[in-house]
Design a binder for this molecule. Structure first.
Ligand code: TNX
Length: 498
């Protein structure tokens, strides 16, 4: 199984799974099991092959599962635990159970499982700004995350190259900023572009509502990101007055760090407050909102007399201090809306964050350790080995990617909360997340190829804390499930299967 359960004991009796098996127990838990096994026509009923019980003493994501001649007994701490018990049951059935044509009658060896996750945050980040992914592609990614007991989908909704969500208050964000033109002639064929073609797309607020509900039913929380105050060219193509200079920018047609930056003045804060209202309104309960804070070029703040005067009026001594003040202001607004802010690590380094802000150390775990020892919760996100936009080998047959190599084995060897940290530092590591930046992920096929099977290793580390015994062998067997699911993963020995 991937991820491997904490405790798994074979039993001598076997379990016979029949088509149309009845699931009984508390309605919400039974529903979760049925959602976890979508192709198998499980039916609700008073007593039957799969029997569920709620045990509040278990954690919400914890479960016990016994498969034997009396059927399946599941004890779950909550809906998520029941869902994960269903996923584990699914993995105990043959690979064919993942096909829509599954006929649903099998005999499998009995087993007893007791399971719960090591980390609360088991995430994948998807950059829908550089290349847009259609709603149905995101729904499918949620399905695949659920199979692997991953539970946070971080959607990077805004960057220099595109704004990807409807705003009813600021309609130009989609009219102007959700698409970018063909690359300008001087950059055609430059490695800072992908294919020089026009590109666009966005989710309506109703799409977000649908995504959030679909995700929630599968234990996945959507974490929206609006990256500010840098990475803001797309916003400034629509509403230039929100920028430091007031000048109009273009939606960028190439990658890299742009000097475009939002102003920290009150109109920008009001704009973002409205965007947060719309996001939280559409997503429903939104425990986390990511506000970026990475790769900010502060030159244009320093060059603005209005911004300098504003900084002085706040009694702040430097532009980095003003940036911290700005991000803290946004985190306060989010707190009023019931959400915690999440930031990339530069925002921690410039100081002044709210204590409850989560930090994502992308530049390496040393800065993550500093954030943890300063009392911030940390989600491990270092480039190596968690940037899944990077290639898996130097073969010329790999699809075009960023330079470095990150293998499945690198991911499996990763320790999110290293042994040499203090207990206090380790206790602040709430999870681990891989990043799918999409400069070089232009479509759903390449997304599959970059994500899988590296995300299987991520799931193993996120669920268990470290890869369990026999991971490589279990992964080889697990690929049969991905085949049945139609995932265009990267084969272990090399570039591409199709
Ligand atoms: C750095 S990680 C970025 C992204 C790029 C990525 C490419 C981070 C917060 N910023 O804007 O897409 O590298 O790997």
């Amino acid at each position: 199984m991937i991820p491997e359960p904490r405790l798994l004991r074979p039993l001598s009796a076997s379990y016979e799974h029949a088509r149309g098996a009845i699931v009984s127990g508390p309605v919400e838990l039974a529903d979760a099991v049925r959602v976890a096994l979508p192709g198998l026509d499980l039916l609700p009923g008073d007593s039957g092959a799969v029997d569920l019980r709620h045990d509040p003493a278990l954690g919400a994501e914890a479960y016990k599962l016994v498969l034997g001649s009396r059927g399946v007994e599941i004890t779950a701490g909550g809906r998520a635990g029941a869902f994960y018990a269903g996923q584990s049951l699914h993995q105990l059935l043959p690979d064919a159970s993942y096909r829509f044509s599954a006929d649903g009658s099998w005999t499998v060896p009995g087993v007893r499982i007791e399971d719960s996750p090591r980390f609360a945050w088991r995430g994948l980040h998807l950059d829908v700004a550089r290349h847009f992914f259609a709603k149905r592609e995101v729904l499918r990614l949620i399905d695949l995350m659920a199979v692997h007991k991953l539970n946070r989908l971080h959607l990077h909704l805004a960057d220099d190259q595109g704004w990807r969500v409807e705003s009813r208050t600021y309609p130009l964000l989609t009219e102007v900023s959700s698409h970018r033109p063909r690359t300008v002639t001087s950059l055609r064929g430059d490695p800072r572009t992908y294919d020089d073609l026009p590109h666009g797309g966005f989710y309506s607020l109703d799409d977000l509502t649908e995504l959030a509900a679909y995700a929630r039913a599968r234990g996945v929380v959507i974490v929206p990101e609006i990256d500010v105050p840098g990475h803001a060219s797309a916003i400034l193509a629509a509403y230039p007055a929100l920028g430091a200079t007031g000048e109009r920018h273009e939606v960028l047609d190439h990658w890299g760090i742009s000097p475009a930056i939002l102003s920290p003045l009150p109109p920008t804060v009001e704009f973002l407050a409205t965007i947060f209202d719309e996001l939280v309104g559409a997503l429903g309960e939104t425990p986390y909102v990511h506000i970026g804070g990475d790769e900010v070029v502060l030159d244009r703040w320093a060059a603005s007399s209005e911004i300098t005067a504003y900084r002085d009026s706040l009694g702040l001594g430097s532009m980095p201090a003003l940036q911290s003040w700005f991000l803290r202001r946004l985190a306060d607004l989010l707190a009023e809306r019931g959400s915690r802010a999440v930031v990339w690590d530069e925002a921690f380094v410039s100081g002044g964050l709210r204590q409850d802000t989560l930090v994502m150390p992308w530049r390496g775990m040393e800065v993550g350790r500093r954030a943890a020892s300063a009392g911030h919760d940390v989600v491990a996100t270092p480039v190596f080995p968690l940037y899944f936009d990077y290639a898996e080998s130097t073969s010329e047959d790999e699809p075009r990617a960023l330079g470095d190599v990150i293998t499945v084995a690198d991911v499996a060897a990763f320790a999110p909360a290293p042994d040499h940290w203090t207990d206090d530092e380790r206790s602040h590591v709430v999870g681990v997340q891989a990043q799918l930046w999409s400069e070089y992920i232009p479509d759903a096929g390449t997304l599959d190829y970059r994500a899988w099977p590296r995300a299987c290793a991520l799931a193993e580390v996120a669920w268990r804390g470290s890869a369990g015994e026999g991971f490589t062998e279990r992964l080889k067997a697990h690929l049969g499930r991905l085949d049945a699911l139609g995932v265009r993963y990267r084969p272990l020995d090399g570039p591409r299967p199709w």
